[in-house]
Design a protein. Sequence first.
Length: 420
Amino acid sequence: MKNGRFFQLMTFVLLLSLLLTPLTVRAFDDGTRCPASRTGLHDWTRQRYVAPTCTAPGAASYRCRWCGKTVSQSIPSPGHVWGSLRVEYPGTCVQRGMNYRICEKCGKKEYKYGSYGDHAWGPWETVRMPVKDTEGLRRRVCLYDANHIETAPIPVTREKGMTLPEPGESRLTVTIKQVFPHADPAGFGLGEEWDTDVKVTNSGSAEVTGYTIHYAFVSSRMYSRWSFFDDTDGATWGERTFTDSLAPGETKDLYNDSPAHSIQEEDVERGYVLVEAYVLWVDPASGNLRESDHAMLYIPTVCGTKGLELTKGVAAEPENGEFYKQGEAVRWTLTVKNVSDGTITDVVITDGDQVVSTIAAIAPGETVTCDVPAHTVTEQEALVTGCVAGIAVAVGKDPQGVEHTWSSNPVSVPTMPSAK
């Protein structure tokens, strides 16, 4: 009986000693022998541990429980784990695009230049009309750079035997004007409605009875109140015949008869909607079928999705009133407004490499002011860059759960080195 109790007591003492024994690390070896151990091996206990980050190494320290020796160990930094490249803004013919990627571990954002993009051609302009056996010439100018010009010949004869009016024959001209203004000065946004005012004018000296208007636009989803459609070449054509007469100098306004549309996703990706119109008629004197010059209208669209509007600014002027010096703090202001009709959720707002705010939901019309940490001007910015510049970015989900990215206006302040 006494032996049984003694055995239970010894078992309890052994288990208690195991529980109270500090964490030991036997796999670590610093290459030295322990003078206090019968085996000559150290019995290390970890005293301190700092985990490594994407940009900085970690550290750990150990102490031998026999001889009391302490050693330190550096843990290498694993580096960033970059996600896939995303488009910040596309390139144009004069400016490279900007891409970015985000570290999946620390959230750091890195920007990389993308490739140049395409031209944004304006409407065709007639340089020289075709005359008998001589081709005409037309040109169009890039909206990004007026030095980029493309030319194309105007054939003497048109399809189906149609020819340009000869001198003395009747003449009709077509004009197209944009009706609705766009909210963004740069162009129409997704979902905005656009419309055109098409006018036909008798610019000749003879009355014309009966004419057919042809109207086309290069867009994505086509809708027209006119009767004829043809999806060839990415354009939709509509035609309508009028039987009334146009006296010399008289104008027919077709605003109430022209198609009305809204901007689609494909229009935003393309960067524009191109509208074209012309008129066909029979010359009353010669009986020839005639075709007017083609009027064209370029309707710009803006990239991005209507949702959050970020406005970034500078809170205060530099100390000397002219430029920021090395070591001086630049304080930013940042407001975020929901300009859409739905609630934006799961909003994460970053400025540079740091997250400045996370917001569960922003209601339509609501404005949120973010507290952006001050930025200290570095030696590189003062001596080499000459400025501190950047944008704020917000990522959030629309009411359908689709994630979008919105950017603020770019902000830049001048810098100079500190006085020696």
